[in-house]
Ligand binder design. Structure first.
Ligand code: FPP
Length: 252
């Protein structure tokens, strides 16, 4: 298990070890060009490819992308179907390449809502890349931060029913192994493209001490220079994890 930012002080490196991204602005990118919103998602997949490559080269070890939130089912049926198709096509097309790049793929979220074929493809792609360790790429699909905390609580109580009678024993350390990204350290840097400045029910537990970076760039336009700008900004941040600046200076 990786250290929790509220229980221990994590290490701070020049490049974030774990980068989490909300990929926003696909629809507006398309609308600006008088294209259907779905064209923005198609371009968005190209950006995913680019970002995976750049992050691999820069030494990021964990990259987590919010592809489809629990709330995205509220979108027009046609757009939801296209996103699912894109997801299937991308998995079919990209798994070999990801595997060759040493990428270990994880898909987290409530996958039971997806059609069985997609669930099988996801499990097969995860199994295929399970031994890789160069970059852990997590796709959050039908994911919500509150869902994650609730599913973790349920699974914890199923595994350890005695905790129901001993609420004082329920602490972070007891719950953490059941969160869907228990295999990863908490994100060091969060990026949201598309100009909005909110977390939108993403990794709400894990983002407790993450540095938050917002850019107006739409996701289809997001490129290597934008990643480097975010990393440059990240390097300037003083990560105190609750301590004072003076404490930080004396511990350096
Ligand atoms: C947000 O843009 C984007 C999404 C809801 C979907 C993101 C999906 C992809 C980039 C493609 C699929 C990904 C994988 C990993 C295969 P928006 O539609 O909310 O844009 P808007 O705010 O401008 O309307």
């Amino acid at each position: 298990m990786h250290a929790s930012s509220t229980l221990a002080i994590p290490e701070h490196a020049a490049v974030p070890r774990h980068l989490a991204i909300i990929m926003d602005g696909n629809g507006r990118w398309a609308t600006q060009r008088f294209l259907p919103r779905t064209a923005g998602h198609v371009r968005g997949v190209q950006t995913v490819r680019r970002v995976v490559e750049v992050c691999g080269r820069r030494g990021v070890r964990y990259l987590t992308l919010f592809a489809f939130s629990s709330e995205n089912w509220r979108r027009p049926q046609e757009e939801v179907s296209l996103l699912m198709r894109l997801f299937v096509q991308t998995l079919e097309k990209e798994v070999d390449k990801l595997n060759a790049q040493g990428v270990c793929l994880h898909v987290v979220g409530d996958l039971t809502a997806f059609e069985p074929r997609l669930q099988e493809l996801i499990r097969a792609a995860e199994a295929r890349t399970a031994a890789n360790d160069a970059l852990h790429l997590t796709i959050c699909a039908n994911y919500g931060g509150r869902w994650d905390i609730l599913q973790a609580t349920r699974r914890m109580l199923q595994a350890r029913p005695e905790l129901a009678n001993d609420p004082q024993a329920i602490n972070e350390t007891a719950l953490a192994p059941y969160l869907s990204m228990a295999y990863a350290p908490e994100p060091d840097l969060f990026i949201r493209t598309g100009g909005e400045q909110r977390i939108s029910n993403f990794l709400i537990w894990q983002l407790a001490y993450t540095e938050l970076y917002f850019t107006d760039r739409y996701w289809p336009d997001f490129n290597a220079r934008d990643i480097d700008a975010a990393f440059e900004w990240y390097r300037t941040r003083e990560r105190r994890f609750g301590r004072t600046s003076e404490q930080l200076a004396s511990s350096a």
